[in-house]
Design a protein around this ligand. Structure first.
Ligand code: IMP
Ligand code: MG
Length: 191
């Protein structure tokens, strides 16, 4: 065998700038637990899952398949204005819900809560629309940079350290959403 053929080429999923934090198996096990809990707590209620694009797309797809209830889904897309790298709390709705949520039980599905500014504003906006209840499921909770300390995350996948994480829907400048696991970006300037 030629020497060069024994070299292992790095791929997107084996990128040396990534340090795995949660594996595919750990993620699936946790989502199964969350799904069972949500199934118990929403039995008999008209549930609408509202995914916040784009980051929540993979969590949404996996979570809804673990919720054994008659439910519907909808999506919103928001852009949060940043002041440097930090969100300011000003939220523009880029895509609104397709259907009314009046008298429905809404579960907002988000990828990560960091400062909490984006989610607080989004929950305020949804709060004016006559839903029977509004709760929040976030795949990741990064509590350290939280500004909106009063924000309650009703269902959390994992609590993560104050580092930039990617994969499983989360991106760095649009990249890495397709990683099947969660990783820390070692050198964000090279991401
Ligand atoms: P917040 O308003 O600071 O809570 O902003 C939350 C949004 O910022 C999330 O929905 C993500 O889109 C993004 N975000 C925050 N932290 C990270 C991270 O570690 N990796 C990828 N995106 C993040
Ligand atoms: Mg997001």
């Amino acid at each position: 065998m030629a020497a060069e053929s024994t070299q292992i080429a790095t791929t997107e999923f084996t990128n040396p700038n990534l340090e795995a934090l949660y594996s595919v198996d750990e993620i699936q096990a946790r989502i199964k637990e969350l799904g069972e809990q949500i199934t118990r707590e929403y039995t008999g209620k008209e549930l609408v899952l509202v995914g916040v694009l784009k980051g929540s797309c993979i969590f949404m797809a996996d979570l809804m398949r673990e919720i054994d209830l008659n439910l519907t889904i909808d999506f919103m897309a928001v852009s949060s204005y940043k002041d440097g790298t930090r969100s300011t709390g000003d939220v523009e709705i880029l895509k609104d819900l397709s259907n009314p949520i009046r008298e429905k039980h809404v579960l907002v599905v988000e990828d990560i809560v960091d400062t909490g500014l984006t989610l607080s504003r989004l929950l305020e906006i949804l709060g004016t629309r006559g839903a029977s209840s509004i709760k929040l499921a976030s795949f990741l909770d990064k509590p350290e940079p939280r500004i909106k300390k009063e924000l309650v995350i009703d269902y959390t996948g994992f609590v993560v350290p104050n580092k930039f994480v990617v994969g499983y829907g989360l991106d760095a400048a649009g990249r890495y959403r397709n990683l099947p696991f969660i990783a820390v970006v070692k050198d964000p300037s090279a991401a």
